[in-house]
Design a protein around this ligand. Structure first.
Ligand code: HPA
Ligand code: ZN
Length: 334
């Protein structure tokens, strides 16, 4: 199974670039930018990664992002992630970045976008990994701040394909961003949103009906509402699920309780992703492997998950077809 997981072409559709900041690079960037870290070693940092919920994680994640200051820092962060994609057989990725995490510290949005997009371009040229970038709003900040972020980002519109919504779900429901998402769609951008991670199934309904999303990020709360599951099947709405994230943040007490394969078997278009791999214990293949180990994922389920990752992506049809043919050549349909 491990060999097959490695070999099968996959797309990654739920990855926060800031969440791919490994402790080693965090130290290197702290040194480069002459920043004092509250940790003495890489081991000490890793030992601090014990979370009891989403907010626990977010507090450390935003603090760690402080080492990212220059265009070169954002380039190095993105490039390191692309090398992990190459190692894992990820052929296409649609990463998120959180501009407000950086602009709130006085960093220009252009610095962030230029560093990231230069690395993504090199990833395409040197590694053959295609990508589309997604700008994500921090939902704990105000609607007004999201509007001003959108306004500052629009001069760079050619560099991202969609807007998303992340950070603390509880207390910050999708309806808070209905108007800013409408403005983003008006500007020709697609929309996605985190919903039903820690929050209820109603947040998934509202992300669909009020934000017009093409995909739901996480969405594991869908099983609370059978009508919603039927809707997702019927409309082929993708869920970008992150198994290791969900167990690290205690959305599920144990991987054996994860509902992704149940959703898959019901016909929901679920995909496997790593979310914040530097914090949650592994990149995309480690997430597939966790499903094999804890839930006895079959070859047929692996095949369908990989197919879903390609068909749920924003890639044009002919590029999807090329990846799907390769998947078929590795695991034939039964
Ligand atoms: N949920 C919400 N916000 C986030 C996440 C997540 O999984 N990762 C990074 N920001
Ligand atoms: Zn996420």
């Amino acid at each position: 199974m491990q060999q097959l997981i490695n070999a099968i072409p996959k797309a990654e559709l739920h990855l926060h670039l800031e969440g791919s900041l490994e402790p080693e690079l965090m130290f290197e960037l702290a040194k480069r930018n002459q920043i004092e870290l509250p940790f003495k070693s890489v081991e000490e940092i890793r030992a601090a990664y014990e979370f009891s919920n989403l907010q626990d994680f977010l507090d450390i994640y935003y603090q760690a992002a402080d080492v990212l200051r220059t265009e070169a820092d954002f380039y190095d962060l993105t490039w390191a992630y692309l090398l992990r994609c190459q190692a894992d057989g990820v052929v296409h990725t649609e990463p998120f970045f959180d501009p407000q995490t950086h602009t709130e510290r006085g960093i220009d949005i252009g610095t962030v976008i230029k560093g990231i997009t230069r690395a993504l371009k090199d990833g395409e040229l040197q590694l053959g990994i295609s990508s589309y970038l997604i700008l994500s709003f921090l939902r704990h900040l105000s609607e007004e701040e999201a509007f001003s972020t959108l306004r500052d980002a629009l001069p760079y519109k050619e560099h991202f394909i969609a807007v998303g919504l992340d950070s603390s779900e509880l207390g910050h429901p999708p309806e808070k961003f209905e108007r800013v998402f409408a403005a983003a769609r008006e500007a020709g951008l697609r929309t996605v949103a985190h919903a039903g991670e820690e929050g209820p199934a109603d947040n998934i309904w509202n992300a669909i009906s009020l934000l017009n999303v093409c995909r739901i990020d996480h969405g594991v709360a869908a099983t609370q509402d059978p009508q919603l599951v039927s809707y997702l099947v019927q409309h082929r709405t993708p869920l970008t699920v992150c198994p290791l994230s969900n167990t690290k943040l205690k959305v599920f007490a144990d991987m054996s309780e994860h509902n992704i394969l149940q959703l898959l078997d019901k016909g929901v278009r679920v995909t496997v992703n790593s979310d914040d791999p530097a914090y949650f214990g592994g990149y995309v293949n480690a997430n597939y492997q966790a499903l094999a180990d804890a839930l006895n994922m079959t070859d047929a389920q692996l095949r369908q998950l990989a197919i879903n990752s390609i068909t749920a992506s924003f890639l044009p049809g002919e590029q999807q077809a090329r990846h799907l043919a390769k998947i078929d050549s590795l695991i034939s349909p039964t």
